[in-house]
Design a binder for this molecule. Structure first.
Ligand SMILES: [Zn+2]
Length: 428
């Protein structure tokens, strides 16, 4: 089930094509950093439609340098429930796909995102903070990761194994809000690939993500009946109180289910204090370590909702899903992590994989049946905050690591088809 000593020695040996790829990447150090800075200067907050549209052609131009087929796909509007419980729609940027050598024996899917969590005007400066680090929006998460991905592919393709490995790339405009527009493109490209490589930042120490929980977002839309709180309180049915009762029930669920977490992030609704509120929207996040517990969590919520609906005159609608299913450590993931760690030895790094409650496109790729490593991007920290930083030495390190992985996946030292076949075994 796991790699033999012989496999590990083989994977951690350095061949001339590895030397060549690493040397080529070393010459690209400054160019990679400069490109990342230029890209980070353009605000691409997930809800900044103008910013996403401004950045899209710049990204497309960079992708076109790969010499493969690049397609810009318009996305379907993303549905959002507003505070009144009504559906609204947001038009995000395009999804880019790149396809190269689809007939090759080994197939890789690369994924990444070009949106950030920062709305325009909130965090735009790029600052040298010393110690070989830069502070700026999306430098680590993950414009730097996209740059690393592209340089690694170019270095691999300059070597002797190009014809043995084909790939697709999917770059999304909406990862930070859940990939609601781009998920179908990832699922489609991932299902036929043997291995997935995603370029989220790793930790400053270089530690990578191992197992990931699954993540759900639900909006519960409660409707009641409005009335004047002074003149006819008995005619009103408070949607807000129903939502509050539901929230307290969720607290009990959270306490009862050990490894599953429920978080009521907001209850929107109501109006003036002299009106019985006829609407409320409860926003819930759930994290679950495996599919069985994810299913149980959803069934428990449905049961709880039935109880709340015994209140007279209240209706409710549940909108949402486990948009990122869990990515547990199974046999395939474990062997891939082992192979990556052996590869990292070539450049004197020891990789560790830490389990996390955080989620990313690696969950989507896993759910499509493809084992993957999802933190191959730059090293950095304080992501999703104005302290986000990137470690400059990590550009060449991470591009080098990825190029070495590609050499091994192509020449068979890492057996991609075998690792993929392990997905059929234990799922959690
Ligand atoms: Zn990210």
């Amino acid at each position: 089930m796991s790699l033999s000593q012989k496999d590990i020695l083989n994977i951690s040996s350095k061949k001339p094509e590895d030397e060549a790829a690493l040397a080529l990447i070393e010459t690209r150090r400054d160019a990679m950093i400069e490109q990342t800075i230029e890209w980070a200067k353009i605000n691409t907050g997930s809800w900044n439609a103008d910013g996403l549209q401004t950045f899209a052609p710049i990204l497309q131009e960079a992708l076109s340098q790969l010499g493969a087929e690049v397609v810009s796909h318009p996305t379907k509007p993303i549905e959002k429930i507003n505070d009144q419980g009504e559906k609204t729609y947001f038009q995000s940027g395009p999804v880019f796909t790149v396809t190269a050598r689809p007939e090759a024996p080994v197939k890789i899917i690369f994924t990444g995102h070009y949106d950030t969590v920062f709305p325009p005007g909130t965090f735009e400066e790029i600052t040298d903070i010393g110690d070989g680090k830069l502070n700026g929006p999306g430098l680590a998460d993950m414009k730097g990761g996209i740059v690393v991905m592209l340089e690694a592919i170019k270095a691999f393709e300059a070597g002797p194994h190009k014809s043995k490995l084909g790939y697709s790339i999917v770059l999304s405009p909406d990862e930070e809000t859940g990939n609601f527009a781009s998920a179908p493109f990832i699922a489609e490209a991932a299902k036929d690939a043997h291995i997935g490589l995603t370029f989220e930042p790793s930790m400053e120490s270089g530690a990578m993500s191992g197992a990931r929980k699954g993540s759900a977002i639900y909006d519960f839309i409660f409707k009641g009946r409005a009335s004047h709180a002074g003149r006819a309180p008995e005619a009103g049915r408070s949607a807000l109180l129903a939502a509050a009762e539901f929230a307290l029930g969720i607290e009990k669920l959270d306490a009862a289910m050990d490894t599953v977490t429920f978080n009521v992030g907001a209850i929107d609704g109501g109006n003036a204090v002299n009106i019985v509120p006829d609407n409320a929207v409860l926003r819930l996040g759930i994290r679950a370590p495996n599919q069985t517990l994810a299913d149980l969590a959803v069934r428990s919520l449905e049961t709880l909702m039935k109880k709340v609906l015994q209140r007279d005159g209240i209706t409710a609608e549940m909108v949402g899903s486990f948009y990122r299913p869990p990515k547990p450590r199974n046999a395939a993931q474990s062997e891939l992590f082992e192979a990556a760690a052996a590869t990292a030895h070539v450049i004197g790094q020891s990789l560790t994989f830490q389990d996390t409650g955080g989620v990313c496109e690696g969950n989507n790729v896993f759910n499509a049946g493809t084992p993957n490593i999802d933190t191959l991007g730059v090293r950095g920290g304080s992501i999703h905050s104005p302290d986000e930083f990137v470690v400059l030495d990590s550009f060449t390190e991470r591009a080098g690591l990825t190029a070495l992985l590609l050499n091994r996946l192509a020449d068979g030292r890492i057996d991609a088809a075998h690792i993929k076949s392990l997905m059929k075994e234990d799922q959690d």
